[in-house]
Design a protein around this ligand. Sequence first.
Ligand code: SF4
Length: 355
Amino acid sequence: MIGFENLSIDGQKIKANANVFQNKNLKGIRKEKEKIEKLLKRLLNNEIEFKNEDDKKKKKKKLERRKKKLEQATQLLIDAEAEDDDKLRYNLTDPEAKIMQDKRGVKNPDYNAQNAVDDKFQVLTAVNVIDTPSDSEQLFPMKEESEKNTGDPHKNTLADCGYPDKETFTQMEEDQSTEYYVPDRSMHSSKNDKYSKWNFKYNEEQDVYFCPQGNKLVFIRTCKDSNGLENRLYQAEDCEHCDDKDKCRKNSKNKSKKIGNRTINVYLQDEAIKRMREKLDSEDGKKIYQRRMSTVEPLHGDMQKNRGFIQFVLRGLEKVNIEYNLLAIAHNIRKIILHRADALKKYLGNAQNIA
Ligand code: SF4
């Protein structure tokens, strides 16, 4: 049932079995711990009334459990250097779930379920649940997992712009086992922005770029970005008199985007990105990339809308992975029943296969 033609990789955010209000930063956890400690003290001093001794014991146990949980959370957040970072939060119901934003912009404690889907019958060839919102770094592991599970690579591998970083583009060119169709984040926006660096013309002989106003950008120096990636910095010679300076200079990477002359950062990997853009813009590329939408989006819709899978039942990364694998198996069995019921019946009818 696997066509080995187009493999689409995509992730979907699935709600964790965790209460969003139990997501607290170090300050919030310390505050609650103080409250619990005060309550415990009052309980031990017999300052709280209970119907009977049993109720008192139960309440004491409950408070002690909560206190222990809060102590563990405090330690974990301290270890994660959360003293100066209010954004670092811990979910007390499922500590391994992370706050993620779904496609509708809703923030919840979620997991990120990665899927690799063959486009023939939308059979899932690999799944993996991760606890980070970003899909980056998932492209090659998912493609390799699919290959391991099915025994063969796909002719084409498709993913959206959330998957690659700059280095991924050169790695995709080096991997000869499949043809990748993966856009970069600014591919579409830069088409409509003539001040995007991608629309500046390069002159190899002079090693200069020309902006849309015909101004020259000359090489200044080699630098490293926040990821340690080397790039060449070019700067325009005179932007002050340009009528379009406000529209153009906001694209500069430097901090004072609105002042000074326009700069562009050119990476070694930009050439691979350009080749990918050309491939995706070709007639064949467009047709192939369109298969992604009609393969992986229906799968998400089917799982969430038709099957009602909008939240994990289990808690913790290991367990939600098991849960999601079971769901993937059920999805594939459904596909077999829908498309290959006769073949399945014949297969099961053979005693040797069952043994
Ligand atoms: S701001 Fe400078 S680089 Fe940008 S279009 Fe004007 S002259 Fe060219």
